[in-house]
Design a protein around this ligand. Structure first.
Ligand SMILES: Cc1ncc(COP(=O)(O)O)c(C=O)c1O
Length: 388
């Protein structure tokens, strides 16, 4: 089939008349940057400065063993050392016991990642950070609004406005910081290049092209071109950090569009797939506690009973024209170029590996209809019944 529903990603929205509504304004100040990686790197720099007097060796930053390689790039760019921590069983949460064991006198920060829009356990991580004297960074690149916007858990939070993120502005990021850290951030950013995002004809034309290319026929065609490597997870060093002005309104508009269809789609998946739980499958978004995550889900994640079953389902749904995928596919330490850059890159992370083997993400965005979600649900159920 030539047409393919993309695995993730909203359109670029550019109306300039909507009112500005920044949901984290009560708890955080913010600056925009050229990317989420750049914003995260600034948060790492701030944590390093805040802890400079107590660190004797290379500053260390803790992150989950199943994550985007951009996290490693953001840490390395500041000369710090990434330290991986395995996950809780069948979950994207950091294993709290192993997290505490990983803390050394050189640790400056913990990065909590909101995975595919689902929130990490920020209250528990805040307690650990306080007990150990560490900075807590909420990486909300994959969620539209950080959990900290409500209760100010994290010292810093970051957002991404790249392709495939909740708000697609064809690039960009945001660094959120508490007022107490404003001096620190302005001393770190004062020498950086500043640019202004201008919604001129060139930007609008680029948005038009991006919006056309993510439609199902162009996307299906582009995906067949192996040299484009669409969807591959690779390590890229962070090239530069820039502060960008003029994004508040685009972000506000993007957020409105993101929330418009999300809940109905997530509910359709959750209802349709609920019965799979009795057959060894796991819906990552489960229970009442996940209500906040439900509204901000970027893709609908399920864990198959086995890698073989996941791979089979991935092939089958792609054959039917639905871009489902295994996301990073391997733990961070197994992505090319990461092992040597990470303090404990030679260790095993068995829980992250099992998670990577079983994860499949189902599309959940404005480019798929509710009746198509029913088709995806039926296909998952058929594979689950037949096994493979
Ligand atoms: C969890 C996470 N953090 C940070 C980033 C980096 O964001 P950007 O692509 O805007 O640099 C990504 C990108 O995919 C991500 O998934």
């Amino acid at each position: 089939m030539l047409a393919k529903v993309r695995p993730v990603g909203g359109k670029v929205y550019l109306s300039q008349s909507a009112p500005v509504d920044i949901p984290w304004k009560a708890s955080y100040q913010h600056i925009y940057t050229n990317s989420g990686t750049a914003a995260l790197s600034l948060a790492v720099a701030a944590a390093m400065q805040a802890k400079a007097s107590s660190v004797v060796g290379a500053p260390e930053v803790i992150l989950p063993a199943y994550a985007c390689p951009d996290l490693v790039a953001a840490i390395i760019a500041q000369g710090a050392s990434p330290v991986l921590v395995d996950l809780e069983e069948s979950s994207f949460f950091l294993n709290l016991e192993q997290l505490q064991e990983a803390v050394t006198s050189n640790t400056v920060a913990i990065i909590a990642v909101n995975f595919l829009g689902m929130y990490e356990r920020l209250p528990e991580l805040r307690e650990i950070a306080d007990a150990e004297g560490l900075m807590l960074i909420e990486d909300s690149a994959q969620a539209p609004i950080p959990l900290s916007a409500k209760a100010a858990y994290a010292d810093f939070a970051i957002l991404s406005y790249g392709r495939g993120k909740p708000v697609n502005l064809m690039g960009g990021g945001a660094l959120l910081f508490k007022s107490a850290h404003a001096g620190l951030i302005s001393s770190i950013t004062k020498t950086l290049v500043r640019s202004q995002l201008v919604v001129n004809w060139a930007w609008k034309l680029k948005a038009l092209i991006v919006n056309a290319l993510i439609m199902r026929y162009p996307y299906g065609l582009l995906e067949r071109m192996p040299f484009l490597n669409i969807g591959a997870t690779t390590y890229h060093p962070l090239q530069y950090i820039e502060v960008r002005d003029g994004m508040d309104q685009l972000v506000s508009i993007g957020l409105k569009h993101f929330y418009a269809i999300r809940e109905a789609q997530v509910t359709a998946y959750a209802r349709g797939l609920a019965e799979l739980r009795n057959a060894g499958w796991k819906l990552l978004l489960d229970g009442e506690a996940d209500n906040a995550s439900r509204k901000g889900l970027l893709r609908f994640p399920i864990l198959a009973p086995s890698c073989a079953m996941r791979d089979h389902l991935e092939l089958e749904l792609n054959r039917l024209g639905y871009g489902v995928n295994a996301f990073y596919r391997v733990p961070l330490s197994q992505i090319e170029g990461i092992k040597a850059r990470v303090k404990n890159g030679g260790d095993d992370f068995p829980v992250a590996e099992a998670f990577a083997d079983r994860l499949l993400t189902l599309p959940c965005h404005e480019g798929i209809t509710t009746s198509e979600i029913d088709v995806v649900v039926d296909a998952v159920k058929t594979v689950a019944k037949l096994g493979c």
